[in-house]
Ligand binder design. Structure first.
Ligand code: A2P
Length: 260
């Protein structure tokens, strides 16, 4: 018989666009994870659990769990998940895993968190973890989206970090947020173009006051679509960075954005 999957209670939801929303749930007692990991969550569907891998967007010290999701039209899970409201129950398997974690990287000076779309979710966990700022001098959170409204979740989390008394003191001016759009005029503090093109042109390094990637100083975490991962990975390799894993740490790590 299949093991029963525990449920957690939805505490809040926030709809950013017609296609994107975030939600918070209770955290199972005793559920430990490393910032950047993912877990399986979902709903019952015709008497069976329907689960998908979701990056945990909240940091490992938080009492609540947070997730950031796309709404796929006719998607078996997200077409229903998008309607959850406070008080509802979701299924959550309290076991986390993944490669976008500190232990998969060897020590360095700059940590680059490069994402497209909902691929930012693991990085809003990592960027809110004090350990990130103990390990790295500078943290650069990069997100590329098609439109301005899709950048709002990342903007809100960075605002939250800056407003948090303890985190803001620790982070100071060491967290840089680079938001880019590809299919709309950029708004204030936003660049135009794919993250990969900004690496190639050098604009990403110029706006953050950082030298181009070097194996001595730079560590990169990547999360996005398959095409984005492959292109960003190639740029890392071209810069002389080697791929890391939990069993063999390196200079960059990748994970695909799951629910697409
Ligand atoms: P673009 O508009 O030029 O395709 P998607 O919703 O298709 O996953 O795309 C999310 C964002 O990621 C879009 O801004 C898209 O840019 C960008 N993107 C798509 N493919 C790549 C890639 N290979 N490298 C970098 N960014 C990409």
């Amino acid at each position: 018989m299949a093991a029963v999957i525990p449920t957690e209670t939805v505490l809040s939801t926030h709809h950013y666009t017609d296609d994107l929303f975030s939600f918070k749930t209770t955290r199972p007692s005793g559920f430990r994870f490393r910032s950047g990991e993912f877990a399986m969550l979902g709903l019952m569907n015709e008497g069976k659990p329907l689960l998908r891998a979701y990056s945990i967007a909240s940091p490992n010290w938080a009492d609540e769990l947070e997730f950031y999701s796309i709404k796929v039209p006719n998607g078996p899970l997200t077409s229903r998940l998008q309607h959850i409201k406070p008080g509802d129950e979701i299924l959550l398997r309290p076991k986390a895993t993944g490669t976008l974690i500190h232990d998969a990287l060897i020590p360095g000076r700059n940590l680059w968190l490069i994402s497209s779309g909902t691929g930012i979710a693991p990085f809003t966990s990592v960027a809110r973890d004090p350990e990130t700022y103990e390990r790295f001098e500078k943290v650069i959170l990069v997100q590329t989206c098609r439109q301005m409204a899709e950048l709002q979740y990342g903007i809100d989390i960075v605002d939250e970090i800056r407003r948090d008394e303890m985190l803001s003191e620790l982070v100071g001016d060491r967290l840089h947020h680079v938001a880019t759009v590809t299919r709309e005029e950029p708004g204030p503090n936003t660049l135009v173009g794919r993250c990969t093109d900004l690496v190639r042109s050098g604009d990403l390094f110029e706006v953050t006051g950082t030298a181009p990637w070097s194996p001595d100083t730079d560590r990169v975490m990547i999360c996005g679509s398959t095409a984005m991962l492959n292109d960003t990975k190639d740029l890392c390799e071209a810069a002389g960075l080697d791929e890391g894993s939990v069993s063999r740490p390196g200079r960059y790590v990748i994970e695909k954005a799951f629910v697409g």
